[in-house]
Write a protein that binds this ligand. Structure first.
Ligand SMILES: Cc1ncc(C[n+]2csc(CCOP(=O)(O)OP(=O)(O)O)c2C)c(N)n1
Ligand SMILES: [Mg+2]
Length: 626
């Protein structure tokens, strides 16, 4: 067997550069590059390897390790999980900064490869700078914190261990059911140790991503259930988009008349103006989708993991005897809601169902009812887009302006705060990849970093990052990276002076918005209103901050100025930040839905007690789906 003498890090970089993925006959690289922040734990290992052969794997510098994992995840999502970026860090804080990014990737079922440095395998210089010492165990390091948030985790203690570890990592990263963050912890000494690696390890290796069909008997059973139903509803999750099943779904809907409701990850499965498109479902759902869900007798979940936002904390599907058929590549998800599991690829499964349902369609009355609800919802969106609220605009108007002034193929990116819910309800999605809201982990700080990954994955599209002031303050530094890489982002910074979403939640539960507004401390104050404290705003200028990071900044005081800025920003070549203040108290209502958030059973406040009683009334609507 031919071998080549390389350090473990050099071998790893060569291996990563040689990995390919193929689906439907289209073959391409799996790793398009490697993000990294160097420290003593990787600069002379993985860093040396990347520097020695820079053409193998493009190196991207980031500002923060969490952010670079978000960027890699955003990239992978945009590429329908068929490509990603690796992330190399030093040991210690650089490594643990990735924990949040890893959790977000794993929860959203997105492939990212994390390569944290680790303490010396030899243990000779222990405790090395940044090493966690655990008196009761010798083989613990901070990288163990990545175990629960990784779908595969290994520590490469000897150079030859890289061979099985690298192959195992690729299996998980390309397995559509198992996918998530993969961590290979790399002790800093082992990274630099040489070994005679088999040359075959570095040959191009193609990982086939298949389209497995669900079991034929289960498909027959599912088709029987659908034929027997009067009011079926498809709940489209992220799996529809990742499997590129949106056209198959559109054909299915056209033929059968079964309407479609979308989860956050599934938004974009069916263009907003197609017959049968009921839009968002659940807590942040449309009136159309939530009405149809409440009366559905059969729910066909496709590629959804049924989060509480989708099921409205188990209150959305209210009809007695409602049944579920779940088409999902992961048996774990297919088995939820007591449903009939169809374990397989979304597109292949949908086509197989479609074949079995030839000649069948829902009744005309149901089709009409859904169409009326869809049209009614569209009018509600138009109303919210043109509220004319003042003096500060409402957030729905800001969303409307961005939606109207962006092109169909452009991408809107968001993650946390009050905007994901409003975007889920209101955004008119025209392209399957046009809507990118991270709402599995709802990570404050994902927005700009994730948006950067989206832009890297498809530079032909404009990327509109919608970020709240809170998220901006948590993680905006990748603006610098976007400028360095000449990857333009259009960032709409919606400034409502604090955590408006949680403030609203707090007020609705009797706790007056405690701790959610940016104001100087006022002793003894409970609420977030000026009336409670001294009410003085902080001398913070986020637009100036963005300017300082190198962005071209537009300050929009109202909707007209926002529209002008959006138009002007199209002519700018590098990253733009449009700062727009909004009215934190003017929010989009909820449409016949409920989210379970616990309320204190005893308190000294009448408001909290009332909220608790309300909570108990609503909680009584929760269903078991068995
Ligand atoms: C990292 C992180 N910390 C805390 C939360 C809880 N949380 C959700 S939304 C939110 C406030 C977000 O503020 P902002 O970005 O200004 O958006 P707004 O609520 O004002 O729309 C908080 C604290 C979170 N989702 N992520
Ligand atoms: Mg805010």
């Amino acid at each position: 067997m031919k071998t080549v003498r390389l350090t473990m890090a050099q071998a790893l970089v060569r291996f990563l550069a040689a990995q390919k993925v193929e689906r439907d006959g289209a073959e391409h690289r799996f790793f398009e590059g490697c993000f990294g922040i160097f420290g003593h734990g990787n600069v002379t290992g993985v860093g040396q390897a990347l520097a020695q052969e820079p053409n193998l794997l493009t190196y991207y510098q980031a500002r923060n390790e969490q952010a670079m994992v978000h960027a890699a995840a955003g990239f992978a999502r945009m590429r329908n999980r068929l490509a990603t970026l690796a992330c190399t860090t030093s040991i210690g804080p650089g490594a643990t900064n990735m924990v949040t990014g890893a959790a977000a990737a794993t929860i959203n079922r997105l492939p990212v490869l994390l390569l944290p440095g680790d303490v010396f395998a030899s243990r000779r210089p222990d405790p090395v700078l940044q090493q966690l010492e655990v008196p009761w165990r010798g083989d613990v390091s901070v990288n163990d914190a990545l175990i629960p948030v990784s779908r595969y985790w290994d520590r490469v203690q000897r150079p030859e261990q890289l061979v099985p570890a690298a192959l195992a990592a690729m299996r998980v990263l390309t397995d559509q059911a198992d996918v998530g963050a993969v961590t290979l912890a790399l002790p800093q000494d082992v990274q630099t140790e040489a070994f005679e690696y088999p040359l075959e390890l570095f040959e191009h290796r193609v990982w086939h991503v298949g389209r497995p069909l669900p079991d034929a008997v289960a498909l027959d059973q599912a088709a029987d259930m659908i034929r027997a139903s009067q009011r079926p509803l498809v709940v489209a999750g992220g799996g529809v988009i990742y499997s590129e099943a949106t056209e198959a779904l559109a054909r299915f809907v056209e033929r059968t008349g079964v309407p479609v409701a979308e989860t956050q990850a599934g938004k974009g499965s069916l263009a907003y103006d197609r017959a049968g498109a009921l839009g968002a479902i659940g807590v942040t759902g449309t009136l159309a989708a939530n009405r149809v869900a409440a009366a559905a007798d059969l729910v066909i979940g496709i590629g959804t993991r049924y989060s509480d936002f989708t099921t409205a904390s188990m209150t959305a599907f209210a009809r007695e005897g409602v049944r579920f058929v779940n088409l999902n590549i992961a048996s774990f998800d297919a088995g939820k809601m007591g449903g009939l599991p169809l374990v397989g690829d979304a597109r292949a499964g949908l086509e197989a169902l479609d074949d079995r349902l030839r000649g069948w369609a829902v009744g005309a009355a149901y089709r009409d009812e859904c169409e009326n609800l869809r049209a009614g919802w569209d009018r509600e969106v138009s109303r919210l887009f043109a509220l004319g609220h003042g003096p500060l605009p409402a957030q729905s108007e800001v969303i409307g302006a961005v939606n109207e002034l962006s092109r169909p193929r452009d991408v809107v990116v968001c993650a946390a705060g009050s905007m994901p819910g409003d975007l889920h309800k209101l955004w008119r999605t025209r392209d399957p990849k046009g809507y990118h809201v991270e709402y599995g982990y709802s990570t404050m700080g994902y927005e700009i970093a994730g948006g950067l990954g989206v832009k890297m994955a498809d530079p032909s599209r404009e990327v509109y990052v919608m970020v709240g002031d809170g998220s901006y303050l948590m993680m905006s530094q990748e603006i610098v990276t976007s400028i360095q890489e000449r990857l333009k982002l259009t960032i709409v910074l919606v400034d409502n002076q604090g955590f408006a979403s949680i403030g609203g939640l707090s007020r609705s539960k009797g706790t007056a918005g405690f701790g959610t507004r940016y104001r100087y401390r006022a002793d003894g104050s409970l609420g977030d209103d000026a009336a409670h404290g001294d009410g003085t705003a902080l001398p913070v200028d986020l637009a100036l901050n963005a300017e300082g990071l190198g962005a071209q900044v537009f300050r929009a005081g109202n909707i007209e100025e926002l529209r002008d800025a959006l138009t002007e920003s199209k002519k700018v070549e590098s990253t733009v930040v449009i700062h727009v203040p909004t009215d934190r108290y003017e929010s989009v209502p909820s449409y016949e839905s409920w989210w379970e958030v616990p309320v204190a059973e005893v308190s000294t406040s009448d408001e909290v007690d009332a909220a608790r009683r309300e909570h108990e009334r609503e909680a009584a609507r929760r269903r078991w789906h068995l």
